[in-house]
Design a binder for this molecule. Structure first.
Ligand code: PLP
Length: 403
């Protein structure tokens, strides 16, 4: 038996080259990057500056526009709450989408309890929000549009440049949670009209607990009210002693991702397509969720009709994937993302996300195809839903129950 990791959208292993870059900053170079009076501090500060350049380069930003955070959850909170508080006098309306990551949804929901109004756009069946939907949602008092670059569950990529230029035209700030897109597909904050952007190191083979938010400094100069107060680090936007090894790892991971993007994105997309082709060839009644083209190279989300994602995951227990049924709670509520696409409960319940990565091999994919086909066939043989369907009953009318 072998173990296959296809849950790279949840997290990635730290790449050996990244760990090598980090280790000296745990050992001899342990200084505080804010210590201005001695060598220990200077060495740490120099490393932090280099990492800032490395992250900035991936998105065509200037290193002065990079603010270190503990990851994308903090980055999204920093951007959304920061804009809300800073621009409250200009307006209290924001636009976002129903299938954003919780790290965008929850701060927006919090703002709704604080007198702000949020327009929650409905994506289409592929997970896309259109420029026209955003245009229709923008009002006189709109201060922020926050839409993710690429969706973590289905991989769908939004029309970011078009939304960015609309926001410029309307004078509204544009934030994008680019956690899944950063380092995987090309991003240019200038060409795409992005004012704020969130990334996280652990999704790109860097360490957990490190990340950054890009904050535009000119045309326009974006100002944020901090959510953390203290020593005034990071232009006063994010106080606190920097996690220097984490920051160094984030920078190294960003540089490698940028270098390898042209070859890796092609290699990984081929493997993803091989996985889909293999499954589709051998199994009936499966559907692909998300956009067929405008999609991350590494993400494949599939609904296997008549079986439950959770049961399928148990059937392929040496392959790490994630399912569209909530694994975070005891309930069998299907994923809000898949429900948000307008998929029926049955399709949402039966979905599996395969997210490939830098260490995925063709052998991994071929093994996965075999295992999934076997498990699906086995489960369908036992499935009352499958039996009902064969007998001509519509399974979508069946009730899902806790067991
Ligand atoms: C993983 C993820 C986050 C959260 O990032 P953390 O660094 O783990 O806090 C936010 N948004 C998206 C799209 C993600 O995939």
């Amino acid at each position: 038996m072998r173990a296959v990791y296809l849950d790279n959208n949840a997290t990635t292993p730290v790449e050996p080259r990244v760990l090598e870059a980090m280790l000296p900053y745990y050992r001899e170079h342990f200084g505080n990057a804010a210590s201005r009076n001695h060598r220990y501090g200077w060495i740490a500060e120099e490393a932090v500056d280099k990492a800032r350049e490395q992250v900035a380069k991936v998105i065509g930003a200037s290193s002065k526009e990079i603010i270190w955070t503990s990851g994308a959850t903090e980055g999204n909170n920093t951007a959304i709450l920061g804009v809300a508080r800073m621009y409250a006098e200009k307006g209290k309306h924001m636009v976002t989408c129903k299938i954003e990551h919780k790290a965008v949804i929850d701060p927006c929901k919090f703002l709704e309890t604080q007198g702000y109004e949020v327009t929650w756009l409905d994506p289409d069946q592929t997970g896309c929000v259109s420029v026209d939907q955003v245009r229709d949602a923008i009002r006189e008092d709109t201060i922020l549009v926050s839409l993710m670059f690429a969706n973590n569950e289905i991989g769908t990529i939004h029309p970011i440049p078009e939304i960015g230029s609309l926001c410029k035209e309307k004078g509204v700030l544009f934030h994008t949670d680019a956690t899944q897109a950063f380092g995987k597909i090309p991003i240019d904050v200038e060409a795409m009209g992005i004012d704020l952007l969130t990334m996280s190191a652990h999704k790109i083979y860097g360490p957990k607990g490190a990340g950054a938010v890009y904050v535009r400094r000119r045309k326009p100069r974006v100002r944020l009210q901090p959510i953390i107060y203290g020593g005034g680090h990071e232009r006063g936007i994010r106080s606190g002693t920097l996690n220097v090894p984490g920051v160094v790892g984030c920078g190294a991971a960003a540089e490698i991702a940028l270098q390898e993007m042209p070859t890796e994105s092609v290699r990984i997309a081929r493997l993803r397509d091989r996985l889909w082709a293999g499954l589709n060839e051998q199994l009936s009644d499966i559907t692909m969720n998300g956009h067929p083209e405008h999609r991350l190279p590494n993400t494949l989300n599939v609904s296997f009709l008549y079986i439950e994602g959770e049961s399928l995951m148990m059937g392929i227990s040496d392959i790490a994937v994630s399912s569209g049924s909530a694994c975070t709670s005891a309930s069998l509520e299907p994923s809000y993302v898949l429900k948000g696409l307008g998929l029926g409960e049955d399709l949402a319940h039966s979905s599996i996300r395969f997210s490939l990565g830098r260490f995925t091999t063709q052998e991994d994919i071929d093994y996965t195809i075999d295992q999934v086909v076997e498990a699906v066939n086995h489960l369908r043989e036992m499935s009352p839903l499958y039996e009902m369907a064969q007998a001509g009953v519509d399974p979508s009318t069946a009730e899902w129950q806790r067991h």
